[in-house]
Write a protein that binds this ligand. Structure first.
Ligand SMILES: NC(=O)c1ccc[n+]([C@@H]2O[C@H](COP(=O)([O-])OP(=O)(O)OC[C@H]3O[C@@H](n4cnc5c(N)ncnc54)[C@H](OP(=O)(O)O)[C@@H]3O)[C@@H](O)[C@H]2O)c1
Length: 218
């Protein structure tokens, strides 16, 4: 399966940069979206110089791709969606990796989301011409960003349609060592986002950084 250009909005951040670097290294055309493309270009230039990664402002990046990954903090996603919604291609698949957490003062707190999950909140704000899947919510940034380190885990995929899940599965499968596990409809994001809370808690309690999940018996 050949993946077309993938825009990663917030691709300069902790989670987005690891994903961008790993996908680019796998031969995928990656466009990093940013509020400040000049600053983002400088950040991307510090990555592997043998791998080409394009940079654009968030709306232009969103308009350029058939797959658009949202990799920004939950508190900022509404403003981003308002900016990009008119620019998304009809038929595009949006992939959400956002977990509604805050870390003010180093203390983790979950953000209550009226719709039940960040994914369902985002779905309500996207145009009906695009579909939405979730992926990369539980794989830790600390590991994702060490591009030579094996991921060696599963990632849960849910979505609002078979087509969206299939695209997210293809994107996840492009990362060596990551097994996508289809868990069904978008509402499963509620459980996935709670699993990330659990992974962060495990990291903190056991003084590690890379807690993640593997489904046994599958
Ligand atoms: N860190 C993890 O281990 C992990 C694991 C699973 C899921 N996630 C999820 O991944 C998402 C990104 O997390 P992160 O740790 O990578 O976040 P981050 O580094 O704080 O931010 C990611 C990017 O979002 C953009 N951004 C930051 N503040 C913004 C604002 N006020 N308005 C608009 N854009 C803003 C920035 O890009 P520009 O400055 O270039 O615009 C930034 O580089 C979160 O929703 C998080 O829940 C993280």
């Amino acid at each position: 399966m050949t993946l077309g250009p993938i825009a990663i909005l917030g691709g300069t951040g902790q989670q987005g940069s690891g994903l961008a670097r790993r996908l680019a290294a796998a031969g995928v055309h990656v466009v990093v979206g940013s509020r400040d493309p000049v600053r983002a270009r400088a950040a991307v230039d510090a990555w592997d110089p043998t791998v080409q990664v394009d940079v654009a402002d968030n709306p232009s990046a969103a308009a350029s791709a058939d797959t658009v990954v949202l990799a920004v903090p939950f508190a900022t996603v509404d403003a981003l969606l308002a900016e990009i919604a008119p620019r998304l291609k009809a038929g595009a698949v949006v992939i959400d990796l956002i977990v509604p957490l805050s870390f003010a003062g180093g203390k983790m707190a979950t953000i209550d989301v009226a719709e039940g999950s960040a994914a369902e909140h985002i779905r309500a704000k996207l145009p009906p011409t695009v579909t939405l899947a979730c992926a990369f919510k539980t794989v830790p940034a600390h590991l994702l960003d060490r591009v030579d380190a094996p991921l060696d885990c599963d990632e849960f995929i849910c979505g609002d349609s078979d087509a969206a899940r299939a695209r997210a599965i293809d994107v996840a499968a492009a990362l060596a060592g990551l097994r996508p596990v289809d868990v069904g409809p978008l509402s499963r994001a509620r459980g996935i986002e709670q699993m990330t809370v659990l992974a962060v808690a495990i990291n903190r309690r056991h003084k590690i950084h890379d807690a993640r999940f593997r489904v046994v018996g599958l």
